[in-house]
Design a protein around this ligand. Sequence first.
Ligand SMILES: Nc1nc2c(c(=O)[nH]1)N[C@H]1C(S)=C(S)[C@@H](COP(=O)(O)OP(=O)(O)OC[C@H]3O[C@@H](n4cnc5c(=O)[nH]c(N)nc54)[C@H](O)[C@@H]3O)O[C@H]1N2
Ligand SMILES: Nc1nc2c(c(=O)[nH]1)N[C@H]1C(S)=C(S)[C@@H](COP(=O)(O)OP(=O)(O)OC[C@H]3O[C@@H](n4cnc5c(=O)[nH]c(N)nc54)[C@H](O)[C@@H]3O)O[C@H]1N2
Ligand code: SF4
Ligand SMILES: [Mo]
Length: 715
Amino acid sequence: MTTKVYGVCPHDCPDACGFVTEVADGKAVKFYADHDHPVTQGWLCAKVRPYLQHVYHPDRLQHPLRRVGPKGGGQWQRISWEEAIAEIGERWRAIIAAYGAEAILPYSYSGTLGAVQMGVSSGRFWNRLGASQLERSICGAAAEMAVEMTLGKRRSPRYDEVQHSQVVIVWGHNPVSTAPHFMPHLADARKNGTQLVVIDPRRTRTAKQADWHIAPQPGSDGALALGLAHIIVREGWQDETWLAMHSVGWPGLRARLGEYPPERVAAITGLEIGEIERLARLYGTTRPGLIKIADGLQRNPNGGQTVRAICALPAITGQYGRRGGGLMYSTSGYLQWDGEAVHKWAECPPPGRWVNMNRLGAALTGEVNDPPIQSLFVFGANPATSSPNAGLIVEGLKREDLFTVVHELFMTDTAVHADIVLPATSQLEQADLHKGYGTWMLAYNAPAIPPLAECKSNWDVMQLLATEMGFTEPWLHQEVDEVIEELLAATAVHNPALKGITLPQLQAAHSIELKHEESVPFGDGRFPTPSGKVELYCQTLADLGLDPLPGWTDKQDDGRKMVNGQLPITNDQPPIADAAPADYRLPITDNGSRITHHAPLWLITGAAHHFTSSTFAGQPDLRAREGEPFVEIHPADAAARGIAHGDWVVVGNGRGACTLKAILTDGIRPGVLASPKGRWSALEGGHVNYTTSDALGDMAGQSTYHSNRVWIWKK
Ligand SMILES: Nc1nc2c(c(=O)[nH]1)N[C@H]1C(S)=C(S)[C@@H](COP(=O)(O)OP(=O)(O)OC[C@H]3O[C@@H](n4cnc5c(=O)[nH]c(N)nc54)[C@H](O)[C@@H]3O)O[C@H]1N2
Ligand SMILES: Nc1nc2c(c(=O)[nH]1)N[C@H]1C(S)=C(S)[C@@H](COP(=O)(O)OP(=O)(O)OC[C@H]3O[C@@H](n4cnc5c(=O)[nH]c(N)nc54)[C@H](O)[C@@H]3O)O[C@H]1N2
Ligand code: SF4
Ligand SMILES: [Mo]
């Protein structure tokens, strides 16, 4: 007898696919896509198709562990859950007595996107404890803020609406890998003549399919957008009527466009003037035109303003609210879980101080000291692999006086540095509530199988910790389904799309497409900003001391190590850390100085096709399909450095280094290197985040991974 159980993909991906697990005798025996799910349409991506290998991987953590050897030494003793939780409680009570609860920092991000296992589990218990608050700005914080400041809310059309677009500009985004279920709809549109332009310094899988691939210098997109607007106005292709009715600040922006003539934009972006003119003509004269962005584009120091500048283009051409036009970014603004139901702020002590997750290494090594972080609890995240400036994070994790707990499915680069490791359930072993951030779907994940061995879900662990700390509030001790019912009911009060949707109904349907008031985002011409219009000039930004008009700055990383958020004053070039292993240092020349004759390059580190951040990067089949850890380099840059195709090379800067295999290709812009994120240090001997910067972007404490200056040399 097999039973079918319907679930939802929990991984960080806008598609939130539906899947089916067939279960016999408590074991998952078959796993496949939900054929009736309107977004999934019967197929899963390469990462999740072999999910049973992930769930039943022999390396799954099965029991709580206590460190017995030195930090990071890999020696463990199996302990019971009772012992583990009692030890955590004992350590925390001592830390709270000496330093206060803010000395405890929870660190979680996108292992799962579930409302309960991620959202509520990152909120309620920690707020009740009075722990430090984590500023979760690793991914798309600047874009979220920029879009909300400009349009009021993050709203996006459904993927299939692309059929109404005449031209699609996929800008700094790689949906073949990162939003795969958009692609069949785009392919259908293209059969009917829709043109596809991809703007990316790298010829990605998506760029390979495009009619036209444009490869600007990283971090220059804001100038490109303003340059396009300059030409559109010069040619009179803008929609003055629409701008007058639906925007504020157009005269100010229009004046600023004078600073972005094609010659200057060509110099900034490294593109030909002819390319810029042609793109402006295509977008300026073809309606409707859709611009599709995601978060990769804005992971640099001017990412927020870049997104503001791009958001201005559909306004200038009067295309918001028009079917097939406008912006496709995120649907998250249509449905935000009721904040009080998630966090219970009103019933908790005042929120603790905020710690930016991108500065974890700095925070652990002295930047945060009032009080210092004495305990770190990591779940649903792998900062030693995925967070920037990873070498500094590892240095922090090695602190003898830091008590680290990691709740994980696998012995990750982070877990290996823990004092206590707790085994976590996979999505097949837990219940949850999901919404797609690129779709209009709401879905229930039913647990398909019992937890493996002694694994527990995030919410199970929060309940155990609450009991240990003596917290008796009922909202810390509900069943998952009770939490879901509460979230649905509390959110329905202010969100008409949820009216009448009950948990039993959702469980029976598995997934439901939400009916929003508008079938096209902003179709009624109203924008939920303070002015009710598109805010080209944004007073809220001005009040925050930020540029109220879309702009561009050339602020970029210089490859040096930051000390307490400041660059040390030194002219040493290139600044390879002397602390780096000898292998990673540049050879020393006869006169004793480091070789400096070659110029630094920009390293961009976007999504790997077969991994989700560092998730799945330990799975043998997917690792084999992704191939050896590589870096793409233009043949001209390689020749200048004596690097041949297939050579092992060191990529490094003042923060650290890693070893990669050189792939010579003209699919990368000269002066730029590309190497995907996610590789595990333990398996590959280092990874790109040893080099990435933990400097923050221009808005919302954003990470700046793609502004990363490195040197590269043959190993
Ligand atoms: N297969 C797979 N899918 C994923 C993920 C994954 O790791 N693997 N990660 C998930 C997550 S966490 C997220 S946030 C999304 C991200 O989704 P995307 O934003 O689509 O993914 P990225 O690869 O981060 O960035 C997109 C592209 O930006 C380019 N890029 C970098 N800097 C610049 C620049 O300055 N200008 C321009 N024009 N392009 C630039 C990179 O070359 C890359 O191809 O994907 C999600 N989906
Ligand atoms: N160089 C570079 N680095 C990047 C980026 C980049 O563009 N370039 N992009 C960044 C972006 S966009 C993002 S979103 C971050 C993501 O960074 P993270 O959120 O740290 O994501 P992962 O590295 O995939 O780690 C997630 C971990 O959660 C675990 N996990 C999964 N499900 C559960 C669960 O239910 N419970 C528990 N306790 N654990 C679970 C997984 O096993 C995995 O080890 O990475 C960032 N890193
Ligand atoms: S990662 Fe994305 S495309 Fe793959 S199964 Fe999950 S939701 Fe679908
Ligand atoms: Mo992300």
